[in-house]
Write a protein that binds this ligand. Structure first.
Ligand code: CTP
Length: 397
């Protein structure tokens, strides 16, 4: 499972750094290619020579030395995953605030690969409210955390704070790469963005949706090996290469595209903010202003999610979103049933950091049995991982 995987091992200053030597050896034995980046204080615990000998790669720790410059951007692009083990309290705090004062932090901040950390600290530091806040922050930024273990600590105390054993980290990584492939061979249909309903050749009725959430879900499925089709309304967001994009403008175009693409899809996730009403008669020339009022006649659009729910085959899994401002849970559950979805993702505009235009979102998921899955406010990329994890769990149940 780890054969050929490119792993960037970050080591920060903690006595648990000695376990990183074992971790490195296990990774190499499993066939992974490993490059090591360490902080200056980590060098007090393990010698770079040990790590370079085991990894057969130069160990990097300085942003630059006298005559060369370490390319932190390329390291972050090279890796399939960055594993920071051990993660000291100090490096955790830098990760949470973005303090870039060494190579490890520069690589972390420019890494486009997923990052997982294995914290190591003494019990009291581990239990400190600031540590908890910092962990929450890095989780919400999309990082994963391998839980600490309980046992004897460097201080002699017995309690939580020990870095996970190298064998546990290997198991975590094996499961991670297995899960990453969990949607191979599956076609996923996703809608994203707003729709624009034309009034005349220069005006339209739209909404504030940016498309960020749907695009993040598309990217997450792509990472897990799926064949992803994104039916996307007007957006200025960048769509990751590898996603099949069907660009649409109006709700009617989005409907037609979804009906066509759903026929052979395994899973559909309806993230788009589709207009509920469209103009009955679109003017073919620009409407000129006059002294009176302008009345627009609107008619209902077709509900895409509901139509897919009505035609859904037994093996197809359908996910809806519910954007609510009041009676959130009640309304979300109503939509789940009325539209025959298998799962609904609720976001409430009453939660700070949730909804349109924000880089973050706060969601609660409900499944068909009414079971509730609650999540913290997170960056939309991290929210996308939660959504895809929950789909994975329910789809395979
Ligand atoms: N939806 C859809 N087609 C529509 C309207 C909504 O597919 N014409 C989908 C959305 O993509 C979302 C779900 O239905 O997955 C719920 O959308 P939302 O706007 O929250 O609710 P509506 O059903 O439009 O109801 P209301 O606006 O009254 O809350």
């Amino acid at each position: 499972m780890l054969k050929g995987k490119k792993i960037l091992l970050g080591i920060s200053g903690s006595i648990a750094a000695y376990k990183s030597v074992i971790l490195l050896r296990l990774l190499i034995k499993a066939g992974a290619e490993v490059k090591v980046v360490m902080t200056a204080s980590a060098k007090q615990f393990v010698a770079p020579l040990t790590l370079s000998t085991l990894s057969k790669n130069e160990v990097l720790s300085e942003l630059s030395d006298n005559d060369s410059w370490s390319n932190h951007v390329m390291l972050g692009r090279w890796a399939d995953i960055m594993v920071i083990a051990p993660l000291s309290c100090n490096t955790l705090s830098k990760m949470s605030t973005g303090l870039c004062d060494n190579l490890l932090m520069a690589v972390y901040l420019s890494a486009i690969c997923p990052v997982v950390v294995a914290p190591a600290m003494d019990e009291d530091m581990w239990n400190h409210a600031t540590t908890k806040d910092n962990l929450k922050k890095i989780l919400s930024n999309g990082n994963s955390i391998i839980p600490v273990e309980e046992g004897e600590l460097a201080s002699g105390l017995i309690g939580p704070g020990r870095m996970a054993e190298p064998e546990s980290i290997i198991i975590w990584l094996q499961e991670y790469f297995l899960e990453k492939k969990s949607f191979v061979g599956k076609k996923i249909l996703i809608t994203a963005g707003p729709t624009h309903e034309a009034i005349d050749p220069v005006r339209f009725i739209g909404n504030h949706s940016s498309g960020k959430m749907g695009i993040a879900v598309a990217e997450e499925f792509l990472k897990r090996g799926a064949d992803v089709t994104l039916v996307c309304g007007p957006t200025s967001e960048i769509i990751p290469p590898g996603v099949h994009v069907v660009n649409v403008v109006s709700a009617a175009q989005m409907y037609d595209a979804c009906i066509k693409e759903f026929a052979d899809a395994n899973i559909a996730v309806m993230c788009a903010a589709v207009a509920d009403y469209t103009i009955t008669n679109i003017a073919d020339k620009k409407i000129k202003k006059d002294d009176g009022k302008l009345l627009l006649e609107l008619e209902k659009t077709k509900d895409i999610l509901q139509s897919l729910g009505a035609s859904k085959k037994e093996k197809q899994f359908l996910v809806g979103f519910a954007l609510e401002t009041n009676n959130e849970k009640e309304n979300a559950l109503k939509k789940l049933t009325a539209k025959n979805a298998d799962m609904i993702v609720l976001n409430s505009l009453n939660d700070s950091g949730a909804g349109f235009q924000h880089p973050t979102n706060k969601i609660t998921i409900f499944d068909k049995s009414g079971k509730e899955y609650e999540f913290d406010t997170k960056l939309k990329v991290a929210v996308a991982a939660d959504i895809v994890n929950t789909i994975h769990q329910l789809y395979n149940a």
